[in-house]
Design a protein around this ligand. Structure first.
Ligand SMILES: [Zn+2]
Length: 304
């Protein structure tokens, strides 16, 4: 055999060959181990960047709150906030996250490489949703646009508010009965409503039932939530249509999320109950359409 012959005849050269081969082998091992390490770290950073971008985007177009939430999610995923860079698109509908990290290498140190920079990036964008399930039978008149987060709106008037219609909406398949409205206010409409849909109006105050439904939701929150700091899934967060008043009917022109504040009873009479809610930036999952304007309920997706 060649190897045996080499051993016998040229032992010195063989030792050199083995030494070189061993060094090369070690080099490859170092490369493989450290490449794996870098790959794992990049995967971890990418996941954290994605999570931070998705969470932050839910607060858009409020970029300062988006920044707070993105940093919080980064921290939860073990990322040092100092290694993360955030930026926003000029229309404030997109957040970009870049995470940089210097990874210490093990085997490659022997070859003179002590560390390697790893970067991960993610972008998430909000877009208006086309249709919504679970709306409560109250909404916001489009004449009040633009909505601003933290502003309180009266979403149902009381008897002192003049007009025969106080803001209760009739969705398809729903009757005009009081119990019906208590259930809709409590649980939301089971059907899907799309932008452009025409809905009926329910006359009168429905003071007891509609308010009971809203009161139920407010009481069901056990966490002391506020519009600015609420637990995910809080029952005080409700989805509402934005509508154009067409006289006999309303046309749905958009959607929004609100935080239910209170049932007001300023005059001490049951039928004077008004309902107040604060507009919040909020995202749901659903099909989107970027051509929709003046709608405030969005869906978030990774855009890069
Ligand atoms: Zn709550």
């Amino acid at each position: 055999m060649l190897f045996k012959k080499l051993l016998k005849d040229e032992q010195g050269s063989v030792i050199v060959i083995i030494a070189v081969a061993f060094t090369v082998l070690m080099g490859f091992t170092a490369l493989a181990v450290d490449t794996g390490l870098l790959y794992l770290e990049h995967t971890r950073l990418s996941r954290a960047a994605d999570a931070a971008a998705l969470a932050g985007a839910q607060e858009l177009p409020d970029t300062s709150k988006a920044q707070t939430v993105a940093l919080e999610y980064a921290r939860l995923n073990g990322i040092d906030p100092d290694t993360m860079t955030l930026s926003f698109s000029p229309d404030r509908k997109e957040i970009s996250v870049v995470v940089n990290k210097t990874v210490d290498l093990y085997f490659a140190r022997a070859l003179g490489f002590a560390s390697q920079a790893v970067a991960a990036r993610a972008k998430a964008r909000i877009s208006p949703v086309k249709e919504v399930k679970g709306l409560i039978p109250l909404g916001i008149n489009e004449s009040l646009l633009p909505l601003s987060a933290g502003t309180e709106y009266m979403i149902k008037g009381g008897s002192q508010d003049g007009a025969p219609w106080r803001g209760i909406i009739e969705y398809p398949g729903q009757g005009k009965g009081g119990d019906n409205y208590r259930d809709l206010a409590r649980n939301g409409y089971g059907g899907t409503v799309a932008i452009g849909d025409i809905q009926g109006k329910v006359p009168g105050n429905k003071s007891g039932p509609a308010e009971q439904g809203i009161e139920d939701r407010i009481k069901a929150c056990q966490d002391g939530c506020t519009w600015n700091n609420y637990r995910p899934g809080c029952p005080r967060v409700a989805l509402v249509p934005i509508y154009r008043d067409m006289g006999e009917q309303v046309r749905v022109t958009g959607f929004a999320a609100v935080f239910l504040e209170r049932v007001g009873n300023e005059n001490g009479k049951g039928n004077d109950n008004r309902i107040y809610a604060t507009f919040i930036n909020y995202s749901v999952s659903g099909e989107t359409d970027d051509s929709i304007i003046n709608s405030y309920l969005t869906s978030v997706r990774l855009s890069e």
